[in-house]
Design a protein around this ligand. Structure first.
Ligand SMILES: [Zn+2]
Length: 251
């Protein structure tokens, strides 16, 4: 319709712009169509170390932030496992219900920790259904809003309770990413991962390297409420409270 407005009416105005090409030209399908291309490549990557079995107990839990000593380049934040009302939380904006849960769970965290969770949850390197995650900026810069640049490395120590023994198992986790990738980030990430694993192993509660078996949801069981701390787990899990590590009683 807007084109009609531009059409000349007879010769009533000789100063007007030249006549537009005949309308018939646009109605014929060309042999090759011309497409305008659009693209955004997001690149997220990360690393997770082997697990270190720890003597269980609240003291070991309280010591988690100190495992980032000498490596953290920002304030260290502790992200606790998510309770049942956030069991669908996912950092995926096109799924509004999951995204709202995620924002409600994490909006109070620092930009650095929120960025870290987006990266590490997207690549499945941490799972807050059972992980406690102690997080900081480890390398690189933030933008003017305080969010890490794509080549900044974020991460920390994640811990969960081993389903077989109830021991606390800690692992170092790093991640980075966004609109781009830089060649030396992977090597730097590996170095930081090793540094944190060294700190974990140096803890007075460390018992040694162990294989990591992630808690798997038990079929047909609802989330249990912990009789010790009252935490209602988001994970339909087996035996141990993600928050306090005490054995869950079957209801
Ligand atoms: Zn508990």
């Amino acid at each position: 319709m807007p084109l009609d407005f531009l059409k000349r009416r007879g010769n009533e105005n000789d100063d007007a712009a030249p006549v537009a090409p005949p309308a018939t030209a646009s109605s014929v399908m060309p042999e090759e169509i011309v497409a305008q291309e659009y693209q955004l490549k997001l690149y997220f990557a990360g690393k997770s170390s082997e697990g270190v079995r720890m003597k269980a107990g609240p003291n070991a839990m309280n010591e988690l932030p100190s495992m980032l000593a000498g490596l953290a380049k920002s304030e260290i934040e502790v992200v606790e496992p998510l309770p049942i009302e956030f069991s669908e939380a996912t950092p995926t904006i096109v799924r509004p219900s999951e995204a709202m849960q995620w924002l409600n769970a994490h909006h109070a965290l620092s930009p650095i920790t929120r960025h870290a969770l987006v990266v590490l949850e997207s690549i499945d390197a941490v799972d807050l259904a059972f992980d406690t995650f102690v997080c900081a900026m480890l390398d690189g810069e933030t933008d003017t809003s305080g969010y890490p640049e794509y080549n900044a490395i974020v991460g920390g120590v994640a811990s969960h309770w081993d389903e077989a023994t109830g021991d606390m198992v800690c692992r170092a986790v790093v991640g980075w990413g966004g609109r781009g990738v830089r060649g030396d980030t992977d090597r730097l990430g590996a170095k930081l991962l090793a540094g944190m694993l060294t700190n974990v192993l140096a803890s007075q509660y460390a018992l040694g390297i162990t294989s990591i078996e992630r808690p798997v949801p038990a079929a047909g069981r609802g989330g249990l409420v912990c009789a010790h701390c009252g935490f209602a787990s988001a994970h339909e899990r087996a035996f141990y409270c993600p928050k306090c590590g005490m054995r869950l009683l079957r209801g």
